[in-house]
Design a protein around this ligand. Sequence first.
Ligand SMILES: *Cc1c(COP(=O)(O)O)cnc(C)c1O
Length: 323
Amino acid sequence: MAVVKANAYGHGLDLVTAALRDADGFAVARLDEAIAVRQLGTRRRVLVLEGPAAPAETAVARQYSLDLAVHCEEQLEWLAPAVAGLNIWLKLDSGMHRLGFMPEEVPAALRRLQSLEPASITLMTHLASADLPDDPMTEKQLAVFTACAGEIDEISVANSAGLLAWPGARGGWVRPGIMLYGISPFAERNGCDLGLQPAMHFRSRLLATRRVAAGETVGYCGTWTAQHDTCIGTAAVGYGDGYPGNLPGGTPVLVDGRRCELAGRVSMDLITIDLGPGAAESAGAEVTLWGAALPVEEIARRAGRLAYELVCGVSQRVPRIPV
Ligand SMILES: *Cc1c(COP(=O)(O)O)cnc(C)c1O
């Protein structure tokens, strides 16, 4: 089940669902996202991971043939009038303590659900720390899950980190998200180290170049000072596009494939780049913020953020162009 929530992790829902049309299903967080996936034409399963947010959503899910997660008593009651024939994913809280029925609540929830006669019931849970190989949490969660899964046909546990690092989590439906986009779920490793290829290449162009003398400052608040005479390139990208506004001077940027460094603060629409004294690039040169030759994981570490956040944060005004 391909996880395509949050506009397919910022990559563009239409492009991603088309590229992944052979997935057995798609998973999103909310009902509106699931309707959008269905309206793009797939006939595969489309799962709402958070389940219904209000009683009326069950009928809408039915109208669009969506699968619903159920994580609490209120949702069980909201399902009651319209659940017959739907695929339901009963969510167990195996230790993350975010959503789901506690293990001791599962038998009663299951009986109640069975009495409503859905088309199928899948027991699912979510791993809190599968990206941390030495953390005992995952083994604990897997044991809790196995103890609850006894009489249930279909199961689902693994996210990307579970799939890559925990063979015991691979049973039934797997729910990879970030790895589908070529990005590592592990903080200290890049996707390319795992044999993944990044799907997103975040690019812009130089708008202008200028010579700047040693001692001059560049950008808002003059936070960056030229140590020697150099050439500054100004590119059409900024935090208004989702390029992190806190990235410091020195952050790598590729200009026509050549590794350069950010000079001064990121503005809303522009960045300034130290091209070096002998720079030959001029307006129109291609600027890569992240992509195959500059892993988004590296930029995320510089920004003190997750690669998940960077790709999800690419804003609406950036066109998604299939390559
Ligand atoms: C987002 C999400 C996933 C996918 O997680 P990744 O770390 O991106 O692979 C899987 N399951 C649930 C319940 C999620 O919310």
